[in-house]
Ligand binder design. Structure first.
Ligand code: FMN
Ligand code: SF4
Length: 143
């Protein structure tokens, strides 16, 4: 799939009333074009695509993918690259993340983005952060 393909699909979805559209991928390390090497991973790795697809549709676009820093989130929205920010793994790692930020500790999400949670689901375990919990749900000592 190319960005043009995705733009076309997004336009059809928007015409059909889908709103907003989130440009997610099934694997956390996958772009719209396929897997990316770990050494090519960078914070906000899908934002560049979100901004391009946004040009093709009138509905709000949610940017997602390795976004960990609050300032980056604010910049994406302020610059119009995305209308909304979506997070997945940061909430698996820290379900209270938004409250932490609201309470004034605005350091980035602690999620290491190494996909232990995804691997756990592939082993048919419950969704869990493998950094902070052991199999069975017990809390690990935080690093
Ligand atoms: C455990 C897990 C399950 C996921 N399941 C789906 C899914 O079913 N469909 C999908 O499009 N993306 C899925 N994703 C990808 C997320 O929606 C998201 O695009 C990806 O994790 C990148 O965002 P993040 O860096 O905020 O985690 C999943 C991710 C994780 C970690
Ligand atoms: S297992 Fe890793 S990628 Fe998943 S939530 Fe925990 S720290 Fe993030």
């Amino acid at each position: 799939m190319t960005v043009d393909d995705v733009s076309e699909i997004a336009a059809v979805l928007a015409t059909g009333g889908i709103c907003p559209i989130q440009l997610s991928c099934v694997g956390a390390f996958y772009t719209l074009f396929g897997p990316i090497a770990k050494d090519e991973w960078h914070e906000g790795y899908l934002i560049q695509y979100a901004s391009r697809i946004k040009e093709a549709v009138d509905v709000p676009i949610m940017a997602v993918g390795g976004i960990r820093d609050l300032k980056m989130m604010e910049d994406v929205v302020a610059s119009g690259k995305g209308d909304l920010i979506s997070l997945c793994r940061p909430f698996i790692r820290e379900p209270e993340l938004i409250n932490r930020w609201l309470w004034g500790n605005t350091s980035p999400s602690q999620c290491d983005s190494w996909d232990g949670c995804l691997r756990a689901t592939e082993r048919r375990e419950k969704v869990r952060c493998t950094v902070t919990t052991r199999a069975g749900g017990r809390q690990k000592k935080r690093a």
